[in-house]
Ligand binder design. Structure first.
Ligand code: ATP
Length: 234
């Protein structure tokens, strides 16, 4: 389990995250909702070690991993899938996946790769293609697969549906649910709140760097304030 407590992150004088607390449990999807600039990506980056928090703690199974270098955090079981996917376009799907496993236990590499190809058969079909030739949805699957190669306990997903067509979004979110069912704890930022809620177990809403709502996803749908603020409905 990942536990974030009273996290504060600043860019110069601007405090983008102000006391965020949340937990990510195995086999569950925690959806982070919030307006543009609310501090969602910054929270994910701070957990992954890409932004140093100036206060607060991040614990994985009780171990303090706050502010460690990103590669150490990956090695301990937390993998970030960044906004925009960031696959390495000129190199092959297989090479992208190999790079994702660089920090992991090498003896498990073949097994992990087989599991990734099992979960994403399209990546097996396209293994020799340059990643840049894949469609947006396929690139998102590659970004998931690359993160899975590090054998994570927790995955941080930053806007996986961005720029994708509705039917592709559904397929991507179904894969997110599948990764959770496989035992991984998922923390997902998703602008597409309705689709995100369909697969989420819990919801954390962030406004101006602070958590303003935490609850089960079923309850979040019924909370008028959450709906108005994040779903564009009354
Ligand atoms: P979005 O949905 O637009 O990505 P977000 O909720 O993920 O929004 P963040 O990207 O975490 O929000 O940004 C939180 C605040 O921090 C915003 O005010 C943003 O302008 C600021 N910010 C983000 N990145 C930087 C940076 N590299 N340098 C300075 N300020 C930043």
């Amino acid at each position: 389990m990942l536990e974030v407590t009273d996290l504060h992150v600043s860019y110069g004088n601007i405090e983008a995250v102000r006391g965020v607390g949340l937990t990510v449990e195995p086999e569950r999807v925690t959806l982070v909702l919030g307006a543009n600039g609310a501090g969602k990506s910054t929270t994910l980056k701070a957990i992954a070690g890409l932004q140093k928090p100036h206060a607060g703690t991040v614990r994985l199974d009780g171990r303090d991993i706050t502010g460690q270098a990103p590669h150490r955090i990956v090695r301990q079981g937390v993998a970030l899938v960044p906004e925009g996917r960031r696959v390495f376009a000129p190199i092959s799907v297989a090479e992208n996946l190999r790079l994702g496993g660089y920090a992991a236990d090498k003896s498990a590499f073949a097994d992990t790769l087989a599991k990734v190809y099992d979960m994403f058969p399209i990546l097996a079909d396209r293994r020799s293609s340059p990643a840049g030739l894949l469609s947006g949805g396929e690139q998102q699957m590659l970004a998931f697969g690359r993160a899975l190669m590090s054998q994570p306990e927790v995955m941080l997903l930053d806007e996986p549906s961005m720029g994708l067509a509705p039917v592709v979004i559904d397929a991507i979110l179904a894969k997110v649910a599948e990764m959770a069912q496989a035992g991984i704890g998922i923390l997902m930022v998703e602008q597409n709140a309705q689709a995100g809620l369909d697969i989420a177990d819990r919801v954390v809403a962030i406004a101006r760097g602070e958590v303003v709502y935490t609850g089960e996803s079923g309850d979040a749908r019924n909370q008028a304030s959450v709906l108005r603020a994040f779903l564009g409905e009354a």
